[in-house]
Design a binder for this molecule. Structure first.
Ligand SMILES: O=C(O)CCC(=O)C(=O)O
Length: 256
């Protein structure tokens, strides 16, 4: 097994931190080796198959990718930090916690986590949104998402796009299409004013984004998977005062 690229167990460098505060997101390569990413993928898919087999028909639209006609493929999974031991270990990795703490301060918990799957030539887009609208924290600076690429995330296979500097603006109202309450998104008139910049991430790298930063992802037009784990970290002082969807706070996990 190849060893991971060495990564700091302390804070983000001042340059990366400055970039984060300026743009509302920053990419840090080399948290995981490709072998470690493969192990996580295997563990997540094993859990995903069990989950899919037991999923009631009424919840399928929430979790299953509608773009893959030939077979049923998961679009997302919720709270892997509670269901997959290797994801829980990832969430508590000292190198990652050091970086997160330099962004939002000490006393860290995972509030919510997700796996986003984009299967080859099937994974659909994720519309533009702000995590702070979904989670509704009292402190808009108290939350950061660590989005960890388990495959190379490229423009072709549906990497994230960010609205640079949008974390300094308001949290806008979001709307969901009929029948898709989970698909809350920014309104077209707000988005029309905001260019979105692609942010490819190499396998094993982390993209940190602020809770106010506009972000979205494109469809997967490639022959390759695009999978990622998003860990939504919060600091000690942050409470969730108006979440837009029902999040189960009993699944929060103190990690630092
Ligand atoms: O991975 C994606 O396509 C969407 C990720 C996302 O919205 C997030 O991490 O908050």
């Amino acid at each position: 097994m190849s060893s991971p690229t060495p990564s700091s167990t302390r804070a983000l460098s001042p340059d990366l931190l400055a970039l984060y505060h300026e743009r509302g997101h920053v990419t840090v390569p080399g948290l995981l080796s490709r072998d470690e990413a493969q192990t996580l993928i295997a563990d997540i898919h094993a859990w995903g198959e069990r989950f899919l087999a037991e999923l009631p028909p009424g919840q399928r639209a929430w979790y299953v990718d509608g773009g893959v006609k030939a077979r049923e493929v998961l679009r997302k999974l919720d709270n892997p930090h509670r269901h997959v031991p290797s994801v829980q270990a990832l969430a508590a990795r000292p190198a990652l916690l050091g970086w997160v703490e330099s962004i939002i301060g000490p006393g860290l918990s995972v509030y919510f986590s997700q796996v986003f799957f984009k299967p080859p030539e099937g994974g659909g887009p994720k519309p533009a949104h702000q995590d702070n609208f979904y989670f509704g924290p009292n402190d808009l600076e108290g939350l950061v998402t660590a989005w960890i690429a388990l495959d190379d995330a490229t423009v072709e296979n549906g990497c994230l796009y960010f609205g640079e500097g949008t974390h300094r603006g308001p949290v806008y109202p979001h709307e969901a299409p009929a029948g898709e309450p989970y698909n809350l998104q920014l309104r077209p008139d707000v988005l029309a004013r905001q260019p979105m910049t692609p942010a490819p991430v190499p396998c094993g790298g982390v993209s940190f984004h602020h809770g106010g930063t506009f972000h979205q992802s494109g469809p997967n037009h490639s022959a390759h998977w695009r999978r990622a784990v998003a860990l939504h970290y919060v600091n000690d002082g942050t409470r969730f005062v108006h979440p837009a969807l029902p999040y189960d706070e009993t699944l929060m996990l103190r990690v630092g």
